[in-house]
Design a binder for this molecule. Structure first.
Ligand code: ZN
Length: 178
């Protein structure tokens, strides 16, 4: 698992010129792992369940310039293979199975994107998996990343958000080191 800063560096390597290299992510209350409130503008509502991952919306570069993600390219946080795709409320969610020992069962979800990959395709860390999906109404364009642990191959349903919320075999965990 990589850190938030390492993921930011992968992000700016794909999207920024050299002078705009990543310094730090900007987060608002509600964007973090396990947060209970929504972060997009008024009215701030309570989520139906704690936030299953981290939302990325904006980063600051080394010159202090802010970069909204908009329709930026999204890097793979690890090398892996696409094992499922499903619709979400802003675009699609891509399920990435990391290259890992067979006894480890983690799975990344990159959500609210337009995927550039199909089922069964593999990527290396930092390769493009898609682009951030456009905003809809009050919901700004953003990338959501989740990490799941558990025996996902045993799930009776195809991987999707409704399937994830209706099961107990998989647990959401913090998707990046702080
Ligand atoms: Zn989210």
């Amino acid at each position: 698992m990589i850190s938030l800063a390492e993921f930011g560096s992968l992000f700016s390597a794909l999207n920024s010129k050299k002078e705009h290299l990543f310094r730090s992510w900007l987060f608002e209350p509600g964007m973090g792992y396990n947060d209970w409130q929504l972060w997009w503008p008024s009215p701030r509502e309570k989520r139906p369940r704690p936030h299953e991952g981290i939302d990325f919306f904006c980063y600051e570069d080394q010159l202090g310039k802010l970069h909204n993600l908009g329709t930026s390219l999204v890097p793979a946080p690890c090398g892996g293979t696409v094992v499922a795709l499903c619709a979400d409320f802003l675009g699609q969610s891509l399920f990435l199975l990391p290259e890992q020992p067979a006894e480890q069962e983690s799975l990344y979800v990159l959500a609210h994107i337009s995927p550039h990959l199909g089922l069964g395709q593999s990527v290396r860390q930092g390769d493009v998996v898609g682009s951030v999906a456009a905003a809809q109404g009050l919901i700004p364009a953003h990338l959501h990343v989740s990490c799941l642990q558990g025996r996902w191959r045993d799930l009776p349903l195809q991987l999707s958000w409704p399937a994830l919320h209706g099961q107990r075999q998989l647990q959401f965990v913090r998707p990046f080191l702080e």
